[in-house]
Design a protein around this ligand. Structure first.
Ligand code: ATP
Ligand code: MG
Ligand code: MG
Length: 385
């Protein structure tokens, strides 16, 4: 079989490896942390991501190279493209590494983004806030995640402090109009080099403290809006000539409009539900796409609610695995007997609050059962859904 090289050894690389191993591929990952989540199930080169010598070694032993995060060094991306086969190319990374370039690509595909302005000075920020209104959201153009690198400007008095703080990052800044969305959803599209495109069912995403808490599928929105969201994701993947997975985060407003928030050119946390709930998981689909295999069917086999297992949940989930008791949930209660919780833990060495340690896919016959399961379990107690 062929060998797939994965830049990055986190949980996304691990689940990609587990899925691709079942298709007969071998995996090598490059990550600085010894025995990384991916390194536990694949061969690992232990080195920094931008170590060119290590990237060269990865290229030498791989037939195909992919990545599990988008902040790949431009030089490393070019070097890998020269030395090996990187079907996703470096253009997709270049575009999605930078919010302004990404927004332009989304607009070029005919999709809508929140009105925005490029910010290069505090004066420009004042003018843009006057134009886009309060509240609006100031974001660093590169490097942000989990809501880090952004500031919701809620009064004119915050303009100075917001600029002072975010301009320290040394990247360009973007101001976005605040979208008063009623739901956040995402669609994961897959495209192969031969141009085949498939989308997964829309996930309804619940965030707590800017970190994904749960995904609900089917999303509790109009079927027509679901179809439109899937069409948009496919159109963006097509227009960008993306290869592999492209996750598209969107906001839905009360009047049925869809705004694209951001993209990720890789498996996405909001697609973890596919592991048991769809005919093909997002990880298998990614491997199929980068290897130019026919894409798998994306049909939803069952309603599902995915809940993330963060550092503060891991002990209780480990206990539930050992005992079968899901917190305060009575194992004989009607809600626990209706839900099938499928546990995925990532084998991370150190646990810390908010760190993603695993996830649980609650398979159910109606999403409300999965939601009730989370509500009634003390593991995720006090978290909104
Ligand atoms: P991720 O961890 O998903 O990569 P991120 O740090 O890149 O997150 P965004 O997805 O841009 O950040 O924003 C984080 C969250 O902040 C969004 O999921 C949404 O809840 C809120 N948000 C961001 N931009 C806007 C906006 N323009 N209007 C309203 N809410 C917003
Ligand atoms: Mg992001
Ligand atoms: Mg986001």
């Amino acid at each position: 079989g062929s060998t797939i090289g994965v830049l990055g050894g986190g949980q996304l690389g691990r689940m990609m490896t587990l899925a691709g191993t079942n298709l007969g591929y071998r995996f090598v990952t490059l990550d600085p942390t010894p025995s990384s989540p991916c390194g536990q199930v694949a061969e690992q080169i232990v080195a920094r991501y931008n170590d060119q010598e290590a990237a060269r070694r990865l290229a030498e032993c791989s037939d195909v190279i992919t990545y599990e995060f988008e902040n790949v060094d431009a030089e490393v991306a070019e070097l890998l493209e020269e030395m090996s086969y990187v079907p996703q190319g470096s253009q997709l990374l270049y575009t999605t590494q930078h919010r302004l370039r990404e927004k332009r690509a989304v607009e070029a595909a005919g999709a809508t983004v929140a009105p925005y302005a490029e910010i290069g000075s505090e004066q420009q920020l004042r003018e843009a806030v006057a134009r886009l209104g309060i509240p609006s959201v100031l974001k660093t153009a590169t490097g942000g995640y989990d809501g880090k690198g952004q500031w919701v400007i809620r009064s004119e008095a915050e303009i100075g402090p917001a600029y002072a703080e975010l301009s320290q990052a040394g990247t360009e800044l973007v101001l976005e109009q605040f979208i008063p969305f009623v739901k956040e959803v995402s669609v994961i599209a897959a495209r192969s080099p031969r141009g085949e495109i498939r989308t997964f069912p829309v996930a309804e995403n619940i965030h707590v403290d800017n970190i994904l808490h749960a995904s609900i599928v089917p999303a509790r929105i109009d079927e027509e809006v679901q179809r439109e969201a899937e069409r948009l994701a496919a159109r963006i993947a097509e227009s960008m000539g993306a290869v592999g997975l492209l996750a598209v985060e969107m906001f839905l407003t009360g009047d049925g409009r869809i705004y694209v928030n951001e993209l990720a050119p890789r498996p996405h946390n909001s697609g973890h539900y596919t592991m048991e709930a769809c005919t093909t998981s997002q990880f298998e689909q990614h491997v199929r796409a980068v290897c130019n295999l026919p894409l798998g069917d994306t049909k939803l086999l069952t309603p599902v609610v995915m809940a993330n297992v963060l550092g503060e949940h891991i002990e209780a989930v480990t206990e539930a695995v050992a005992t079968g008791k899901w917190g305060s949930l009575d194992p004989d209660s009607s809600v626990s007997s209706k839900v099938v919780p499928k546990v995925h833990l990532y084998g991370k060495a150190g646990s810390a609050p908010k760190r993603k340690m695993g996830h649980v896919n609650m398979l159910c016959s109606d999403v409300q059962e999965g939601i009730d399961f989370i509500h009634q379990s003390t593991i995720w107690r006090n978290q909104l859904i």
